[in-house]
Ligand binder design. Sequence first.
Ligand SMILES: Nc1ncnc2c1ncn2[C@@H]1O[C@H](COP(=O)(O)OP(=O)(O)OP(=O)(O)O)[C@@H](O)[C@H]1O
Ligand SMILES: [Mg+2]
Length: 250
Amino acid sequence: MNAAPAEPILRVVGVTKRFRGLVAVNDVTFDVPAGSICGLIGPNGAGKSSLFNLITGYYAPSAGEIRFDGRRIDGLDTYRIAQMGIARAFQIAKPFPELSVLDNVRIGALFGHAGARNVAAVTAAALELTGLASLADRPALGLTVGDLRRLELARAIAARPRLLAADEPCAGLNPTETEGVVDILRQIRAAGVTVLLVEHDMPAVMRVSDTIFVVDAGRKIAEGPPEQVARDPRVIAAYLGTPAEDAPAA
Ligand SMILES: Nc1ncnc2c1ncn2[C@@H]1O[C@H](COP(=O)(O)OP(=O)(O)OP(=O)(O)O)[C@@H](O)[C@H]1O
Ligand SMILES: [Mg+2]
């Protein structure tokens, strides 16, 4: 699928985040084209979650700009960024345990960026998309890890975002469940939602992403189609923990 290059819906431009002495994100720049799935990968501590926290307003950058649909969002409150159309599926799902699956998803729909319209229909569609319709009346409390991951996606999607930032949606899943999540992410893209994905499951992220960004020690070290990034010596070195000959000096 090689359509004309789409306008970036999200632009991260020279973004840096310092925590006292530590530079968690160091002058990172990337564009997420509208309608794509982009994977954000890198070793532990590379700065992936920090980037998500910057994009979704949990942190303000120390330097740089973040633009969503051409408008600056860096430093805005999380709720304003959510209202503008960015939803986040958290790495650690925190549903309301006593509420039903349906009510958990309904909360996403109620606080969605398009306002509380068509809540029942939007909730039903999100449950259907994530394969949770048959569990709608169960309390979230007893769900399996796989069901919880899909509930987290359903809640985020029910907010009708234009960009979904999904943090490790395949963590802890077996290969069948992972395939299910990959399929859900593709359906989300097909519905016109852009996806930015942090994921440690390499085969899954390589299979589902149109473009991959690789970060290591706070810096972007590679960007491109999955097959190109997988061959990149700097990426291999970052994952193996050995210096690549052509890697920039740290
Ligand atoms: N609030 C904070 N205060 C101080 N340091 C932080 C804070 N958040 C993150 N860091 C540090 O910033 C660096 C990047 O962390 P981050 O959580 O973004 O990495 P990550 O790529 O998400 O890693 P992982 O794959 O393990 O989740 C780490 O050294 C981390 O300890
Ligand atoms: Mg993280």
